[in-house]
Design a protein around this ligand. Structure first.
Ligand SMILES: Cc1cc2nc3c(=O)[nH]c(=O)nc-3n(C[C@H](O)[C@H](O)[C@H](O)COP(=O)(O)OP(=O)(O)OC[C@H]3O[C@@H](n4cnc5c(N)ncnc54)[C@H](O)[C@@H]3O)c2cc1C
Length: 206
């Protein structure tokens, strides 16, 4: 597969649903910022959260135009020619104006979705956020109306005259993989690792 752009909703959702980190770009006084954040996709919006006191949430919550990207790196592509080395990847770029959620109820629901998005099954096990904790968290939704996906997959694309060069060529596949969970030192006796932690796997979310 060569590099390919797409506006297909399902493809955009699949990429977003595998990712964990987005990069949020915005401009303050002509200075561009690009800040990494966690996110959740919920239907046709992303949910973002942060400190209400920080510049990030204050700027985004004031209705500024923003650009959000999510990138999954699937492999490093080794060609026979130096200039044809590349990466296999899937990425999404979104443009829009985030909206600050106001009511405690919609904030609570969005934060629960964020937790469930990152670790499905976790919300049912833990102490829910208190009213004060909800109040102390800024929550934004980012519309997925203006969204595109781009992907590259497959082998290197060498030129015909380079195919005879005696050097290895191919792909080093990469994936996001959870390792064995490490229990906190204060976990009470008799409490085992929950299945959602022991078998955590974002790649199977497709
Ligand atoms: C994987 C990941 C997930 C994160 N998820 C969230 C999230 O969900 N919500 C959230 O609020 N924050 C998150 N953060 C932290 C976030 O990137 C910001 O650092 C934080 O929100 C403060 O932003 P600010 O603009 O208010 O900081 P400011 O205090 O205004 O930043 C001051 C300066 O510090 C530098 N800076 C800020 N952030 C970073 C950074 N991450 N790396 C390097 N330099 C930086 C910049 O130069 C910036 O101008 C995440 C970070 C990472 C790496």
């Amino acid at each position: 597969m060569q590099e390919r752009a797409s506006y297909d909703r399902q493809e955009i959702y699949r990429i977003l649903d595998e990712g964990l980190v987005c990069h949020v770009g915005f401009v303050v006084d002509r200075q561009p910022f690009v800040i990494p954040m966690s996110y959740a996709r919920d239907a046709d919006r992303l949910i973002l959260h942060g400190s209400p006191a920080g510049r990030l949430m204050q700027t985004l919550g004031a209705g500024c135009e923003a650009c959000v990207t999510v990138t999954l790196v699937d492999g490093i592509v080794l060609a026979r020619a130096a200039s044809h080395h590349t990466m296999n990847y899937r990425s999404v770029v979104l443009f829009g104006i985030p909206r600050m959620l106001v009511s405690a109820q919609e904030k609570r629901e969005a934060l629960e979705k964020l937790l469930e998005y990152v670790i499905p099954g976790r919300a049912a096990d833990v102490r829910p956020a208190s009213a004060a904790e909800i109040d102390a968290t800024a929550v934004l939704e980012f519309p997925l109306h203006e969204a595109s996906a781009m992907a590259r997959g497959g082998p290197p694309m060498d030129e015909a005259q380079d195919m005879q060069i005696g050097v290895w060529a191919g792909v080093i596949p990469l994936r996001q993989q959870a390792l064995d969970p490490v229990p906190d030192a204060h976990v009470k006796e008799g409490i085992g690792t929950p299945a959602y932690a022991a078998t955590y796997d974002r790649c199977s979310r497709q």
